[in-house]
Design a protein around this ligand. Structure first.
Ligand code: HEC
Ligand code: HEC
Length: 263
């Protein structure tokens, strides 16, 4: 293409547009080999676009990582690009992360912790750092690999994308005993059920009058209504904070640092 005189008139606009274009190109040529063109991760680098943990890094922290790298973990230092270019790449990274929406996690982790172990009853079924119940997944590092949006959905819509093994099982024995729980194992002759109290029950199918898989999770489906928007933010923020702390502990050589002290 030839540079014509018309171009001079719109130089300002174009300069802006080509800045954005440049930062995209820089990302695609420098970062994408490891993090993927969309930033969602590749063989040599993790997802830096939709992972909540990365979305939550402040601009300052992100710049520090880009400048100094994390050499031990395989993330090179890019200080040589110069600050303006690094800032531009970070801008493009924020675009990949979904802009301001991603950065707007408001809740208070401390209040979220009180909810988790108190009123909201999450700890009846979920464990965090060794405390809580066994029925649901251990959520200590759950926040590392999900977006803020997915985390919220996991709490408010537990029946969405339910895995077959996560369905609620209700059985009635021939003697009239009734159990509700999750099937941890099942074959032609028996089913191993874990009930709400965490106990395991190995039941012979010959002894059962009725066995039903319900198309819903044991997790209450009404948290979206029972908890206020602010309380949900608090819980999300607590789960993210916990996961991040777990990762930092790991990174510092597995030294266990517990906020609560040992019982
Ligand atoms: C040679 C591969 C490679 C290249 C090139 C690379 N990265 Fe990384 N990056 C990594 C790895 C591996 C990690 C994970 C470090 C860790 O586990 O702590 C990482 C981590 C990060 C993190 C922090 C994520 C976290 O989990 O805290 C950000 C942000 C990031 N990279 C952005 C970029 C940007 C922007 C570029 C381009 C300027 C880039 N990276 C280029 C491999 C790479
Ligand atoms: C009565 C038991 C119960 C209670 C109470 C409960 N959950 Fe769950 N939760 C489950 C079960 C069962 C699943 C689905 C199986 C799994 O992944 O653990 C689940 C799934 C989840 C998941 C998705 C986990 C994954 O690996 O996909 C999250 C996140 C979660 N619960 C958070 C919470 C939070 C936060 C609370 C409190 C507001 C809560 N749960 C209360 C039982 C419960």
């Amino acid at each position: 293409m030839q540079a014509g005189p018309q171009q001079a008139n719109t130089r300002k606009n174009q300069a802006k547009r080509s800045d954005a274009e440049d930062s995209r190109k820089t990302f695609e040529s420098v970062c994408a080999t490891c993090h993927g063109l969309d930033g969602k991760g590749g063989e040599r680098g993790p997802n830096v676009a939709t992972r909540a943990e990365v979305q939550r890094l402040s601009d300052e922290e992100t710049l520090r990582i880009l400048k100094a790298g994390i050499p031990a973990a395989g993330m090179p230092a890019f200080g040589a690009l110069g600050l303006p270019k690094i800032k531009a790449v970070m801008g493009y990274l924020r675009v990949l992360q979904g802009g301001s929406k991603a950065a707007s996690i408001r809740g208070d982790p401390q209040s979220g912790k009180l909810l988790f172990f108190g009123k909201a009853g999450c700890a009846k079924c979920h464990m965090i750092n060794g405390e809580g119940g066994f029925l649901g997944a251990d959520l200590s590092s759950y926040g590392l690999n999900v977006s803020i949006e997915d985390l919220r959905t996991a709490i408010t819509e537990p029946n969405k994308d339910l895995e077959p093994m996560e369905r609620t099982v209700v059985v009635t024995t021939r003697e009239g005993q009734k159990f509700t729980g999750i099937a941890r194992n099942e074959d032609n002759f028996s089913v191993q059920l874990q009930t709400l109290d965490g106990a395991f029950h190995l039941l012979a199918k010959a002894d059962l009058k009725h066995l039903e898989y319900q198309p819903k999770s044991l997790m209450p489906a009404d948290y979206g209504a029972v908890l206020s928007a602010g309380e949900l933010d608090d819980l999300v923020s607590f789960l993210l904070h916990t996961a991040q702390t777990a990762k930092q502990t790991q990174a510092s050589g597995g030294k266990v640092k517990r906020e609560d002290g040992d019982e």
